[in-house]
Design a protein around this ligand. Structure first.
Ligand code: FDA
Length: 292
């Protein structure tokens, strides 16, 4: 995978751990929290999964050495879920064995619906074996998620609520934005009232306002939940929420495997395509000027 071009750098903190740490420090300076995500997914060999596991272990060491906040996000298919479930679990265990004593919080990202059941099962098993510094993600787009929410709330585990970044069939997922938003609103209310330190992960101003109103009306203090947003998206809103006294965490993706993540971000907002096209035209004009 080639280096993120300047247009991708808006959404990706860089290719190296050092660049990710620099981005994290810059966020901390603006009173924002962060979760670092080493990009990678859908690996097709156990060797690649072992490499990703080692890279995550190196990331933990680097974060500790840097003295920044200890919070990471991780995808199970990056650890080999598509190849062998037991190995993926083993890889996650290796990461948790080092992360948990060092005080890290480890968020297991949610991928496409083919992995939903396995991801929740693995999460539940780890929880039952005593892992407590782990959290999961639920997608309001999936019809099953309101039941999954009950299941995760029964454990007392932390949920990051998102709309869902994957195209899913109509049989299992809401297709209309209004339906996805309505499910998000229902889940948000349950989480704020009954959940444990939920993460309201959206850039949608209407849903953010709803969360603020619901929390205020139900006496949920601002330190009992957090908002989360993606690196490079709605930085104005991130800053405004911090200024209003809310906790905001930014998801900081980095690494060489940036392409699938970047394409999902483009797909979410047509205006981003124009942004990229303008950047590409600008870059190629600059290269021509430089004789490259
Ligand atoms: P929506 O897409 O309706 O956008 C609302 C508004 O936000 C837009 O009008 C625009 O202003 C702004 N916006 C949204 N996306 C933008 C973009 N790419 N560029 C610029 N502006 C944008 N998904 C998943 O399936 N599994 C996961 O584990 C995660 N994890 C995750 C972590 C965090 C911290 C966040 C914020 C999101 C995720 N997601 C995710 C992605 C999520 O499912 C969803 O695809 C995006 O957050 C976009 O949806 P919104 O809730 O922002 O609403």
């Amino acid at each position: 995978m080639r280096r993120p071009a300047s247009f991708a750098r808006r959404f990706i903190a860089g290719e190296t751990v050092e660049e990710a740490i620099e981005a994290a420090r810059a966020l901390e300076a603006r009173h924002l929290s962060h979760t670092l995500d080493l990009l990678g997914e859908s690996v097709t060999s156990l060797d690649r999964a072992a490499v990703a596991t080692r890279q995550y272990l190196d990331l933990l060491n680097a974060v500790v050495d840097a003295g920044i906040e200890r919070n990471i996000s991780i995808k199970l298919t990056q650890l080999g879920l598509d190849v062998d479930t037991a190995t993926a679990v083993d890889n996650l265990r290796k990461i948790l064995e080092r992360a948990e004593p060092a005080g890290f919080f480890v968020r297991v990202d949610m991928e496409g619906s083919a992995h939903t059941e396995a991801t929740i099962d693995i999460f539940e098993t780890l929880w039952q074996h005593g892992s407590r510094q782990i959290g999961i993600v639920l997608q309001s787009a999936l019809r099953r998620s309101e039941l999954d929410l009950q299941r995760v709330n029964a454990l007392g585990a932390r949920v990051r609520l998102v709309k869902g970044a994957y195209r899913e069939p109509v049989t299992i997922a809401y297709q209309q934005k209004a339906e996805v938003d309505a499910a998000y609103a229902r889940m948000l209310k349950v989480l704020l009232t009954d959940g444990r330190y939920p993460a309201i992960a959206t850039h949608d101003p209407a849903l953010i306002d709803l969360a603020r109103e619901w929390a205020r009306d139900h006496q949920v203090a601002a330190d009992r939940f957090e908002f989360q947003m993606l690196y490079g998206v709605r930085r104005d809103l991130q800053a405004a929420l911090v200024a209003a006294g809310y906790q905001v965490r930014v998801y900081v993706p980095f690494g060489r495997e940036w392409f699938p993540y970047f394409m999902r971000r483009l797909g979410e907002r047509p205006a981003n395509l124009m942004f990229v096209l303008r950047a590409v035209v600008g870059e190629s004009a600059a290269s021509r000027g430089a004789g490259l």
